[in-house]
Ligand binder design. Structure first.
Ligand SMILES: Nc1nc2c(ncn2[C@@H]2O[C@H](COP(=O)(O)OP(=O)(O)OP(=O)(O)O)[C@@H](O)[C@H]2O)c(=O)[nH]1
Ligand SMILES: [Mg+2]
Length: 389
């Protein structure tokens, strides 16, 4: 017996393979004998085959392409929809987008810079996002316009932290004066840093007067975030050995304020002890900003008074450094350093994309590894053949 003959016949397209009632009939769950009962008013409707016009309607409408003028006007008018598209433009790696993005940045640059840029770092789980949510809501309630950015060079790989942060900032995300932008996926740290800096400028041009930048993930991004903000806050945890971790990584030296976080409930006493210990260590260190004494305090996202204190310290810092000139000097230095960093990265990329370099590199690497050629000679040869020298 052929197995095919045991199969049920395939339904024809005109004849659906189900026991549905015919159009106009009552549904089959209506009890027998109740056909005339007025409470069963529904009737089986005949299905409607989708036609081409309907299918077209369901397609999402294609967004209108924006001109440079549209972008500029929209960003300066604080149109959040256009701001988001402008940020997507600066995040794009497409050469045409990058050219347009640079034109846009040139136009909005004179309108940027009027904000306090605060970087927030700390080990994973230190409470950065929760603090940003609580502090951010309070700042927005006071009338500040707040942009929250994240810098995470690993986000293109993991993707997880972004999702976590968005759910942890659920009140802030709904606040009309707040704007939250997850980390761009830039591949390299340099790529992420460029995009975050340019995003920051766009947000400032759109009138955001406080920018909070959260460092996400692990690695060297504390230094990168420090190089793009005015004030750098290090969140620590009491009793986690975290104070020492921070010291080892040298993050303490680049911070303007340390705060032992989650200083609430049973943890208050331990947090105070940890803060006192950190203050003792800090007294031996050079401050990150000339004329400003870095100290350690305690805070908790659950205790609004501690967040008010935290913000007051930041305002005092801005006032003092504006007066001394350290604020403007740092921003000038950061802009120039940024230019140098971009030159370095571009040269690096051009060098390694050079076909002659790609051809010679493996062989020279081998010769250097086996001590047949000094590293400096190999480097010189490669640089000469790439005409970078
Ligand atoms: N008791 C207490 N718990 C807190 C406080 N702030 C945050 N937490 C808790 O700590 C955990 C981590 O908080 P997050 O805000 O996600 O920490 P994070 O530093 O942003 O973490 P990553 O983004 O993963 O690096 C969460 O479960 C929070 O509820 C606080 O002030 N007090
Ligand atoms: Mg976080």
């Amino acid at each position: 017996m052929s197995t095919d003959s045991a199969k049920p016949a395939a339904p024809s397209p005109a004849e659906p393979n189900c026991s549905c009632a015919a159009p106009g009939a009552l549904p089959d769950w209506v009890p027998v004998g109740s056909e005339r009962d007025p409470k069963f008013a529904c009737r089986v409707m005949s299905g409607v085959a989708p036609d081409a016009a309907q299918t077209q309607l369901k397609q999402p409408a294609k967004r209108r392409k924006l001109s440079l003028d549209d972008y500029t006007r929209g960003v300066l008018a604080a149109d959040v929809g256009i701001l988001s598209r402008a940020i997507t433009l600066v995040e794009s790696n497409h050469p045409a987008h990058q050219a347009l993005a640079q034109q846009l940045l040139t136009r909005v640059l004179p309108h940027s810079g009027h904000s306090i840029r605060v970087g927030i770092t700390g080990v994973p789980g230190a409470g950065k996002s929760t603090l940003i949510e609580a502090l951010g809501c309070s700042l927005c309630d006071q009338g500040h316009r707040l942009a929250v950015l994240a810098v995470d060079p690993s986000s293109s790989v993991t993707g997880g932290s972004i999702l976590g942060d968005k759910t942890r900032m659920e009140n802030l995300v709904r606040h009309p004066l707040a704007y939250i932008r997850p980390s761009p996926s830039g591949g390299s740290l340099g790529g992420v840093a460029r995009k975050s800096r340019e995003t920051m400028l766009l947000c400032e041009a759109a009138g955001f007067d406080v920018i909070l930048v959260e460092t996400v993930g692990v690695g060297q991004n504390e230094v990168t975030v420090r190089s793009m903000v005015d004030f750098f806050l290090l969140l620590m945890l009491a009793g986690a050995g975290d104070e020492l971790q921070g010291m080892k990584k040298g993050v303490v030296e680049i911070a303007d304020l340390l705060a032992v976080n989650k200083a609430d409930g049973d943890n208050i006493h331990r947090a105070n002890l940890a803060a006192a210990e950190s203050n003792r260590v800090l007294s031996f260190l050079q401050p990150a900003t000339p004329g400003w004494k870095t100290r350690c305090t305690t805070c908790s996202a659950h205790l609004p008074a501690t967040l008010t204190e935290l913000w007051r310290a930041i305002e005092q810092f801005v006032l003092a450094t504006r007066e001394s000139g350290a604020f403007a000097a740092r921003r000038e230095r950061q802009a120039v350093e940024w230019m140098h960093a971009m030159i370095g990265e571009e040269l690096h990329n051009r060098f390694f994309r050079n076909p002659r370099v790609q051809q010679l590199l493996p062989g020279l690497e081998q010769q250097v590894a086996s001590n047949q050629m000094p590293a400096a000679t190999a480097a010189q040869q490669l640089l000469l053949c790439s005409r970078t020298l």
